[in-house]
Design a protein around this ligand. Structure first.
Ligand code: SAM
Length: 203
């Protein structure tokens, strides 16, 4: 998967590739989907949600440029796969998931894999996690109408957000960089994610 779907398509960040090498994607899937774990496609994880396509996750993480000392907010943790990848890239990861069943399953999987620097919180991630802010990096696995103000407020100066933004059925992956009062937005291409349901997302 790393050679064929990631490196061949331009994922060159060695730390991102190493994280993919360390985290077994099949551990985040039901038995009936495990055989497809290394295909480059999203797969069902229950509760009407999906684990994202590996290439899109890799692109997101490469653009996020997470450093070892960073504290990261991961909104919409779903199965916990991206949270596990982030746990190898950052010092501390706070993930938020609105569906309790998925959040507890993700926490169990992370524990089973020996991840100790990531926590999955249950709640509305469109509001961020003010109690743990500021974050050096914020990443989201669900599509929002626009970048929530709460994330901008909770992002450290010099920090970055990577998130899908736009209409409900198809979005643009955006990289947002915060420099004092100035925000720089970079379009990374079209993507399709499930909606971010919440107070600063879709109602
Ligand atoms: N990155 C995840 C993984 O590795 O499994 C997959 C993310 S899945 C495509 C999107 C997730 O966002 C779903 O689990 C959904 O329940 C969650 N979600 C949607 N709106 C949310 C919100 N406001 N707060 C937290 N989670 C939310």
């Amino acid at each position: 998967m790393i050679e064929r779907h990631l490196r061949a398509r331009g994922i060159r960040d060695p730390r991102v590739c190493q994280a993919f090498d360390r985290v077994p994607r099949e551990a985040f899937l039901d038995e009936k989907h495990r055989a497809e774990a290394y295909a480059d496609s999203p797969l069902p994880i229950g509760c009407g949600q999906t684990i994202s396509q590996p290439y899109v996750v890799a692109l997101t993480l490469q653009e996020l440029s997470v450093q070892p000392e960073h504290r990261v907010l991961d909104v919409g943790s779903g199965s916990g796969y991206q949270t596990a990848l982030l746990s190898y890239l950052a010092a501390e990861v706070h993930a938020v998931e609105r569906i309790e069943t998925l959040a507890s399953r993700a926490m169990e999987t992370l524990k089973r894999l020996g991840v100790t620097n990531a926590t999955v919180h249950i709640g509305d991630g469109s509001l961020g996690l003010p109690a743990f802010a500021p974050f050096d990096r914020i990443v989201c696995g669900a599509g929002a109408p626009d970048i929530p103000n709460a994330w901008i407020e909770q992002l450290a100066d010099g920090g970055r957000i990577v998130a899908p933004v736009g209409p409900r059925d198809v979005q643009t992956l955006l990289r947002v960089e915060k420099h004092g009062e100035h925000l720089r937005r970079v379009d990374l291409g079209g993507v399709r994610f499930v909606p971010l349901i919440g107070e600063q997302g879709w109602r």
